[in-house]
Ligand binder design. Structure first.
Ligand SMILES: [Zn+2]
Length: 479
């Protein structure tokens, strides 16, 4: 049997954080009492007319630029007709044939490889309400607050090859949405969700028949669902069967997908142009000005950090995922005053830990890029030890001030005077006969012990790198 390959496509729905809903003036907020943020328009009562919120188009265009899409000067809203109790109008206003953005791509880092994932389209649409199970009556309650909340749907081409690539892609989309400030991306509030398409085919053969997974509510559920679906389809093909085109519901609790509908009972939404709204017309100038508002995006930063600065992917992601950390790192790296690697280690390590533990932002601490550079440079030159550097960083974060002053105040300057270090080395060699002999017999880690003794004897003041050099030189002479 020839080798099998899988391809994955994603449809990511992200709720936009505009102040008001897409077609009415109701507030776009989460967590209000059921059915208090509604009006006749978002309830779809007869005789009402929708009016498109311009901010929704602006946000979608920004995302289009971020994903290198072509932005259509003219696009159209369409009605997608279906009945479900969470949709009182019995149709959703969406975009069918002419989406606002199409034909883009996103470059992501997978291992050391840059992968270009095609974006088929981004369109705007409205969200539906929420159904709640009522234990008291055994019935279902409808909360229409979410009706008319603006969404963008990002549809990829089938370019992803594994669940791991899908996870990296989803993390990158979330990071970008937050960077450009158009979505809160709160998974638990349902503000970012996805549908997953999976197919399996023999190597060098055309793509297989795809199945769509619905109800994927977290990135980890997407990973599990994709893996389950690849296995299911691989088993069907391996045993000589044919995969049917199906829509399946992902049951994350039980870790399996369940058939919802197949080709025979596929839904026909009877799309037609929304008669109550005109075309969306955008001029080149406003499209371009939205492009100019975009900062350097996290995926570009990650590629730069890995390719140019030699960080690994997870370090690069931790820094780039937060605009604040990335700004701090970029400023240190650009200053040329310290090694970028040294700043990266401290940002990924102690600074990230501090932010996670305290819930504070860097701007709420005393830390600045300039003082972080000074600190890194002092550690690189051996002016302070690595444990001294930790103490200085703690001070910079908790009270702020100048690195040089803190080093002085805490008495952290290391002694790198060669007379002092030579005397110290003699003293250690004299009273550590066993380790000295071990070292001469080829146990190179004994040297670490000897340096440690020197640090202890000097109460941490000795410059460990220089002390190590002097010790090695002396032990060589003794041979
Ligand atoms: Zn409304």
């Amino acid at each position: 049997m020839t080798e099998l390959e899988s391809v994955i496509g994603l449809e990511v729905h992200a709720e936009l954080n505009t102040a008001t809903k897409i077609f009415c003036g109701c507030k776009n907020v989460f967590g209000s009492e059921a059915n208090t943020e509604i009006c006749p328009v978002c309830m779809g009562l007869p005789g009402t007319l929708p009016r498109l919120n311009k901010k929704v188009c602006d946000y979608a265009v920004k995302m289009g630029h971020a994903l290198n899409c072509h932005i259509n000067n003219v696009s159209r809203m369409d009605r997608k007709n279906y009945f479900y109790p969470d949709l009182p109008k019995a149709y959703q206003i969406s975009q069918a044939d002419i989406p606002i953005c199409e034909n883009g791509f996103l470059e992501i880092m997978v291992g050391s490889e840059v992968r270009k994932i095609g974006i088929e389209r981004i369109h705007i649409e409205e969200d539906a309400g929420k159904l709640l199970h009522d234990d008291a009556t055994g019935g279902t309650l409808c909360d229409y607050n979410r009706c008319g909340v603006p969404l963008i749907e990002i549809v990829t081409r089938p370019d992803l090859k594994s669940s791991e690539e899908a996870r990296i892609f989803l993390e990158m989309i979330r990071s970008i949405l937050r960077y450009i400030g158009i979505s809160d991306c709160k998974m638990q509030e349902g503000s970012i969700r996805c549908d997953v398409n999976v197919s399996v085919h023999e190597k060098n053969a055309p793509l297989g028949v795809r199945c769509e997974l619905k109800n994927v509510n977290s990135f980890s559920a997407a990973v599990r669902g994709i893996e389950y679906e690849i296995n299911r389809q691989t088993q069907i093909i391996s045993s000589g069967g044919n995969v049917e085109r199906e829509t399946r519901r992902w049951d994350d609790r039980n870790g399996m997908s369940i058939l919802m509908r197949n080709k025979e009972n596929a839904q026909d939404y009877r799309f037609f142009p929304e008669p109550d709204l005109g075309d969306i017309v955008l001029d080149d100038e406003s499209i371009e000005s939205l492009n100019n508002e975009l900062p350097e995006l996290p995926n570009a930063k990650i590629i730069r950090y890995v390719k140019v600065h030699g960080l690994n992917y997870s370090e690069a992601f931790v820094i780039a995922d937060s605009a604040e950390k990335a700004a701090l790192y970029d400023e240190c790296a650009a200053s040329g005053k310290c090694e970028p690697r040294s700043a990266a280690n401290r940002i990924v390590g102690e600074i990230t830990k501090f932010m996670n533990d305290s819930g504070k932002k860097i701007s709420e601490t005393g830390l600045t890029a300039q003082e972080l550079c000074e600190l890194c440079s002092a550690a690189e030159k051996g002016v302070i030890s690595s444990s001294g550097a930790k103490k200085v960083l703690d001070e910079l974060i908790s009270v702020g001030g100048k690195t040089a002053d803190i080093i002085e105040r805490l008495g952290l300057v290391q002694n790198s005077d060669s007379g002092f270090l030579t005397a110290l080395a003699d003293e250690i060699i004299a009273c550590s006969e066993r380790s000295v002999n071990d070292y001469k017999k080829g146990k190179s880690n004994s040297l670490g012990y000897l340096v440690g003794q020197g640090m202890k004897a000097s109460k941490g003041k000795a410059d460990p790198a220089k002390l190590k050099e002097i010790l090695m030189e002396k032990l060589k002479q003794e041979e």
